[in-house]
Design a protein around this ligand. Structure first.
Ligand SMILES: *Cc1c(COP(=O)(O)O)cnc(C)c1O
Length: 465
């Protein structure tokens, strides 16, 4: 399988090189060429597989430059850190199917991808005899999932910036209580925007970047999308096999378009077993406006009770744009330039129709989110986290346009990660899972630094591999 850029200005690369490249060298995003699909006979043989075995089958299609036993080992290692063998269990609340993606070490769905990517990076670096220093900024979930993905790896150090006092106490503790010596937490005296600006400026210093072999694990890395394709297929085949479903619809709480793009890839892969993809947003609804109005236009970010979706520019959107433009990389390049300048991309009538064939969408506000948590709890006893609730509410709103086939709502975080919002909805905090109970009593490590590029650079230099 070869990988190309959405902007068409690099020569095709292998899976391994695509993972190491992250962002394509021409500024675009990497995609497999062609996007694979499998026949019915193959799908039949996949129906009886457990998560790990299915994962290996799917990844082998996309990563055929990795030896089979290596890939097998990476998959097993990644998912042995989950607290259930099923990895992503599908539960029925009595009202809807919930695909629980939060059984990894940090209780958010990002573990599914980052547990795999951490092991993959480490293996690729070892093969090349290289080391890497990962640098990133977080407003919450990504930082801890990234840290847990690479902690203890000998050829990787990780530096994660978070805004001091501005991430939730649980999220801060999840990052700072990791004892491994390759983990460096930096609490920046500033906002999340300051953190991001610092990281961006350091990556723009190309000499520094190459001298310290800086790497990033943000959501544009192809291997993150790939790891997420698996659970769509897993849940679909389970419902086809056990419930006689003809096809399955999905509702996806969306921020950077990474998770729902994985759904789009899964849909092509096992055609026609996946039906509608419902794109659920909170008040930060650039993507809902795109689906409903055919305009992709930047707005201001507002803070919500589902903070991991508080995003206006969806970093994976360009991958879908490439297919919407019939794989015309020149047009993608042009449109992204235009977006850079004017903050907007406008689509033709035909394109709008295509978008509405590919996705349905709804934007759910704070009151509706809290109501959904409350109603679900009252009628089923199941506690939704606020991100998952956005997806459930969108599925309910869009239900009248669907046929009678099952709908799966992706549960992207454990409710105990967002206790304040849950308390507001149901009057009490959710039960914390065992390993989260003890966080306050563990020793924690964190370096506080001013919001200053030079200070952060100096700290990285002193502690880099
Ligand atoms: C990151 C995240 C999302 C959004 O996922 P995208 O791939 O960015 O669309 C939703 N819910 C939670 C809890 C997250 O951490």
């Amino acid at each position: 399988m070869e990988y190309i850029s959405t902007r068409g200005q690099i020569s095709p690369v292998s899976f391994k090189d695509a993972v190491m490249m992250g962002l394509a060298d021409d500024g675009g995003l990497l995609l497999p060429n062609p996007l694979p699909s499998v026949d019915r006979a193959t799908i039949e043989t996949w129906k009886g597989l457990d998560y790990q075995a299915l994962c290996l089958e799917i990844m082998t299609l996309f990563a055929n430059d990795l030896p089979g036993p290596v890939l097998d080992g990476l998959v097993k290692k990644a998912y042995s850190s989950f607290d259930t063998r099923e990895v992503t269990p599908l539960v029925f609340t009595g009202q809807q199917y919930i695909l629980e993606l939060f059984h990894g070490p940090t209780y958010a769905f990002k573990d599914v991808a980052l547990q795999f990517l951490g092991n993959l990076f480490s293996w690729l670096l070892e093969e090349r005899g290289e080391t890497m220093n990962i640098l990133g900024a977080t407003s919450g979930d990504t930082g801890s999932a990234a840290i847990y993905g690479v902690k203890g790896k000998e050829n990787i150090n990780i530096f994660i910036l978070h805004p001091k006092g501005r991430v939730s106490p649980v999220q801060a503790l999840q990052m700072t209580t990791v004892p491994d010596k390759n983990v460096f937490n930096i609490a920046v005296e500033g906002t999340f925007d300051d953190c991001q600006a610092i990281v961006k400026e350091i990556f723009n210093d190309l000499d520094f970047k190459s001298e310290y072999r800086l790497g990033s694990i943000n959501s544009i890395n192809w291997s993150r999308v790939l790891a997420q394709v698996v659970y769509y297929v897993y849940a679909t085949l389970q419902l086809v096999r056990d419930r006689g479903a003809e096809h399955v619809h999905f509702s996806v709480p969306t921020g950077n378009f990474g998770d729902i793009f994985a759904g789009y890839v899964a849909k092509q892969l096992i055609r026609p077993a996946i039906g509608r993809l419902m794109l659920a947003t909170n008040e930060n609804n650039i993507l809902t406006r795109f689906v409903l109005e055919g305009r992709y236009a930047r707005g201001a970010v507002v803070s919500t009770i589902s903070p991991s979706m508080d995003i206006q520019i969806a970093s994976n959107f360009e991958r879908y744009l490439y297919y919407l433009y019939n794989m015309d990389a020149g047009r993608v390049r042009h449109a992204m330039n235009e977006f850079q300048n004017s903050g907007e991309i406008v689509f033709s009538k035909e394109e709008r129709q295509q978008v509405r064939k590919d996705f349905a969408s709804a934007s759910i506000d704070q009151d509706q989110t809290l109501n959904t948590i409350r109603e679900c709890y009252k009628s089923t006893g199941y506690v939704l986290d606020p991100h998952t609730a956005v997806g459930v509410a969108a599925a309910e709103r869009l239900a009248q346009n669907l046929d009678d086939q099952p709908v799966v709502c992706l549960a992207t975080a454990h409710p105990a990660k967002f206790p304040a919002a849950v308390r507001k909805a149901i009057g009490r905090e959710p039960e914390r899972p065992e390993s989260m109970k003890n966080l306050e009593n563990l020793p924690s490590r964190c370096q506080t630094l001013p919001a200053d590029v030079e200070e952060v650079k100096r700290y990285v230099m002193e502690n880099a591999l």
